[in-house]
Ligand binder design. Structure first.
Ligand code: ZN
Length: 411
């Protein structure tokens, strides 16, 4: 470790968008004792609540159910799931009102007591830059709060309308983003507490974190979106199946989802002068090397493939690890991000393919290859079959530090 870390690994507040178990992740990879707590949107489902929602939607005769209300900051666009335009196979297809009136470009900063002007401007700067660099296909509401000064009732009375079960979150250190199949009709949400927008000591890290969260919205909005028909499609059957079988999420392996978000966060923030790209990735390289060396001391061989699902990650990063000893955190982020740099520097992929085309293509490839869209998208946009990449990247991670820095052009 090359920098002072007082890592606190929190299992995070649950961002309950629809009463499902959500992935609780902690990113321990940040600098300057910055604790990142993430709740990343996953494709979990809960049969009881899902079916009750679906049936209530179908049988809901109350006025205005499923009707587009218009899109304004801090207000829902639909009070219930709208009726699909059509259903084909396992997919329900939607064209949302905000696609038609242009409010899919809305980026809202909903700030609550305790949030200062600097915090708001940080988030606004990221939302604006990210929309320009990555695009935006649904309205985004950001919920910016202070863990001590914001009144829970105040923020929750607004936020809970964006969930399907009127749930909320706790006022804890949080950086979290979500787009789910249950409330897709109301766009994407992300949460940020003062540790990320209000700490001048962080020296730009807050921008990076906000960018990382925006990227999750980017990834998880495109996984539903079909470019050719310009509509959204939801395969609820497959979402349930993925969860039940502990399979890889539609958007791809967790290391790709998190590593991609971290790569994007650092890369685009560095272009704005908010963070130091080389410093970040050199530190991440050391961190990833430490995960490997520490595990190797117990005969535990680390592969990027171990970081495909939240289940597999929980296994290797806990005492469920076959050696009985958890691995150091958080290889999905550090190595996942480094994998992106590797793909570019080896000429296998490009920034545009890694950041945009993969996500634009994955929904269509998933529809053609249910459960395996990410594998096809990987090979198409990242330049080689995923399994072959695991072998190559695992080998790369065992090279000398000097050689790695040279390949990644971080020296
Ligand atoms: Zn994340």
């Amino acid at each position: 470790m090359t920098f002072n870390k007082t890592y606190l690994i929190f299992l995070m507040s649950i961002l309950l968008v629809f009463c499902c178990s959500k992935e609780n992740e902690s990113n321990s990879t940040d600098k300057e004792s910055n604790t990142i707590n993430e709740v990343v949107q996953t494709d979990d489902s809960d049969n009881s609540t899902t079916s009750s929602s679906e049936s209530s939607n179908e049988s809901n005769n109350s006025a205005g159910a499923g009707i587009y209300l218009g899109t304004k900051c801090n207000e829902i666009s639909y009070s219930t799931i709208p009726k699909p335009d059509y259903i084909e196979g396992d997919y329900s297809y939607y064209t949302y009102g905000w696609q038609l009136d242009g409010s899919d470009q809305n980026s809202c900063v909903n700030a609550y007591n305790g949030v200062n002007a600097e915090g708001i401007s940080l988030v606004e700067a990221v939302l604006s830059d990210a929309k320009e660099k990555l695009g935006q296909i649904l309205p985004v509401n950001t919920w910016i709060f202070h863990t001590q000064m914001t009144e829970l009732d105040n923020i929750c009375s607004d936020y809970s309308a964006f969930t399907d079960d009127s749930s909320c979150f706790e006022l804890r250190p949080t950086a979290a983003a979500t787009v789910t199949q249950y409330v897709l009709h109301n766009g994407g949400n992300f949460l940020l507490s003062e540790g990320f927008w209000g700490d001048p000591e962080q020296n730009g890290a807050g921008y990076k974190v906000a960018y990382h969260e925006y990227f999750h919205i980017h990834q998880n909005s495109h996984k539903f979106y079909f470019d050719a028909t310009e509509n959204f499609g939801i395969n609820m059957t497959q979402f349930r199946k993925v969860d039940q079988n502990e399979d890889v999420n539609l958007v791809g392996p967790i290391w790709l989802e998190e590593g991609g978000a971290e790569f994007a966060g650092v890369w685009y923030s560095s272009l704005k002068g908010w963070v130091d790209y080389k410093q970040y990735w050199t530190d991440y390289l050391d961190e990833a090397r430490s995960v490997i060396a520490d595990a190797a001391s117990r005969g535990d061989i680390v592969s990027l493939k171990d970081y495909e699902t939240r289940y597999s990650i929980e296994k290797v990063e806990s005492s469920e690890n076959s050696t009985g000893t958890p691995r150091e955190f958080a290889y999905a982020y550090s190595a996942g991000g480094l994998a992106h740099i590797y793909l570019i520097k080896k000429g296998l992929s490009s920034l545009n393919n890694l950041m945009i085309e993969y996500y634009k293509g994955v929904a269509e490839l998933e529809r053609k290859n249910v459960g395996e869209g990410y594998k096809y998208a990987f090979e198409k946009y990242f330049g080689m079959p995923l399994d072959a990449f695991y072998t190559e990247f695992d080998d790369f991670m065992l090279k000398s530090r000097a050689e790695q820095l040279s390949i990644l052009e971080l020296n």
